[in-house]
Design a protein around this ligand. Structure first.
Ligand SMILES: Cc1cc2nc3c(=O)[nH]c(=O)nc-3n(C[C@H](O)[C@H](O)[C@H](O)COP(=O)(O)OP(=O)(O)OC[C@H]3O[C@@H](n4cnc5c(N)ncnc54)[C@H](O)[C@@H]3O)c2cc1C
Length: 469
């Protein structure tokens, strides 16, 4: 029997989409860099159905491209143009299987949106701290497959740090299941960590047991004006020490990004701090009821005395706090509305941030005369989105033509500073060449060996993450 007929038989005709109206939006990536084709978009509702689909595709040697919320930045969830693959969407697997307050754990299926997991944790009196601008659409399976980061990594870590166990289906349809809320388990290789960050190339993740934390009862948020980017490193240390490590978020926003947001996003208001080249959005949180505002204000006053800050605005209401976060989260959208941009998701050791910004700014100025730097993001983790926007009135094709030279120069600089050219967005199809360029041969050989062992036919997300030998 033909593959699509077998799939319909296995998971129901309504779960096998073939009409362009249904499939087209799922065949283009979020940034519209890639467009692919597929035999069908297949939407299993249970782990058993995922296993059935993979068994069938394995036997027929048909490629499978797992897809979550399709918010990834590297084209990882978009099939190639051959039209031979199926896209396996997880959105129907959207049940919270359990919220276990006593064990500070929750089991969610892969197709749950991140926001629904945060909500389920909150309803159970707990916190799930992963937080991304895309949280209303991205899914837990996608967060695991990309080892997502976001704005609370400084305090709580990345998705890898927040995961106790996973359930996943291997290429041949066999099911791995470790969903017990165990904090300690040294029984052999840790398959969970192998699958987290594997971008759909080693298995389809169907569920996960996630770590929860005590709910937050106090929060204090400030918009801090900095005299220079250099001040970030000192200020970060002061904020961590002065708050007994209650600092949850530390986001850098340059004046250029503030201006773009105020121009492009009508709902955001200027926080009103003294005009400065750089700002920091800092947030303290605590599970106790305590005067964090006083603590934050005292630390910032000390920072101003030391010359590490020039001014600050503390959020006095939840509405003001939301405005500060909206400002920060709107930077990518404001950049998009303002025209073409060149993007780099890079990280360096925190103490090298100043060197990155100084040397990177000089590279941008010399290599891209039609552009200006908008380097913003998770400074507390040493992770910046080192983006360059096109200046108004310049020629877009000239601007875009600088991309290869700029990318090489920025990624060389990052390598020189012991950093990463892929801090939190993964490799997908966008950064294959970069992995080939910067990974050590032994690392690539080990990755290829693992892929060969788990997916010998290469049916899982071909052309992603691993560059061709
Ligand atoms: C506005 C905005 C803000 C963002 N902010 C951040 C941020 O701060 N930090 C950050 O890390 N990312 C951020 N992202 C990027 C993106 O949201 C994350 O990478 C997210 O984790 C992707 O989840 P998704 O469900 O959309 O995955 P998709 O885009 O659907 O897929 C991403 C990759 O995971 C694989 N995959 C998806 N589901 C599964 C599964 N169940 N099993 C196996 N493989 C699977 C896909 O094949 C693909 O390779 C942002 C994106 C946007 C649009």
């Amino acid at each position: 029997m033909e593959l699509l007929a077998r799939l319909r038989e296995l998971i129901g005709p309504e779960a096998v989409l073939t009409s362009p109206q249904d499939t087209e939006p799922l065949l283009t990536d979020h940034r519209r860099l890639y467009h692919g084709a597929a035999r069908a978009v297949v939407l299993p509702a249970t782990t058993e159905q995922v296993a059935d689909v993979l068994r069938l595709c394995h036997a027929a040697a048909v490629s499978v491209v797992p897809q979550g919320g399709n918010t990834g930045y590297c084209g990882g969830a978009t099939p190639d143009a051959s039209g031979n693959s199926i896209v396996l969407g997880l959105r129907r697997m959207n049940r919270i299987r359990s919220v276990d307050a006593a064990n500070f754990a929750l089991v969610a299926e892969a197709g749950c949106t991140l926001a629904s997991v945060q909500q389920a944790a909150a309803t159970g009196g707990r916190l799930f701290p992963l937080s991304l601008g895309s949280e209303g659409s991205c899914q837990i399976g996608g967060n695991l497959a990309t080892n997502a980061g976001g704005t609370a990594v400084l305090r709580y870590g990345m998705m890898r740090d927040l995961t106790l166990g996973v359930e996943a289906v291997l290429a041949d349809g066999s099911v791995l299941s470790q969903l017990a809320p165990l904090r300690k388990d040294n029984t052999g290789y840790d398959l969970r960590h192998l699958l987290i960050g594997s971008e759909g190339t080693l298995a389809v993740i169907t569920a996960a047991c996630l770590k929860l934390f005590p709910a937050q009862r106090s929060v204090a948020t400030a918009w801090i004006a900095l005299p220079s980017a250099n001040a970030v490193i000192e200020l970060l240390a002061l904020l961590r020490e002065g708050s007994a490590d209650r600092l949850s978020s530390c986001e850098l926003v340059p004046a250029a990004a503030l201006a773009l947001v105020l121009q492009q996003i009508p709902a955001v208001r200027d926080p009103g701090a003294t005009a400065s080249p750089w700002y920091l959005l800092a947030e303290l949180t605590s599970s106790a009821v305590e005067p964090l505002d006083e603590l934050l204000e005292g630390t910032i006053t000390h920072a101003i005395e030391l010359g590490h800050a020039t001014d600050a605005v503390l959020a006095c209401s939840e509405e003001q706090r939301q405005n500060l976060w909206r400002l920060r989260e709107s930077v990518p959208e404001a950049q998009r509305r303002a025209g073409a941009s060149l993007k780099h998701d890079i990280s360096v050791p925190v103490a090298s941030l100043q060197a990155l910004i100084e040397r990177g700014s000089a590279l941008v100025a010399s290599l891209v005369p039609e552009g200006f730097l908008v380097a913003y993001g998770h400074a507390g983790d040493g992770n910046l989105h080192f983006n360059v926007n096109q200046r108004a009135g310049t020629d877009a094709s000239k601007f875009l033509a600088h991309e290869p030279a700029l990318k090489r120069a920025i990624h060389d600089l990052v390598a020189n500073l012991d950093g990463s050219f892929s801090a939190e967005h993964g490799i997908g199809q966008l950064k294959l060449q970069e992995l080939a360029q910067y990974a050590r041969p032994a690392e690539l050989a080990a990755m290829r060996g693992i892929k060969q062992a788990l997916d010998p036919l290469g049916i899982l997300n071909p052309g992603k993450l691993l560059p061709q030998p």
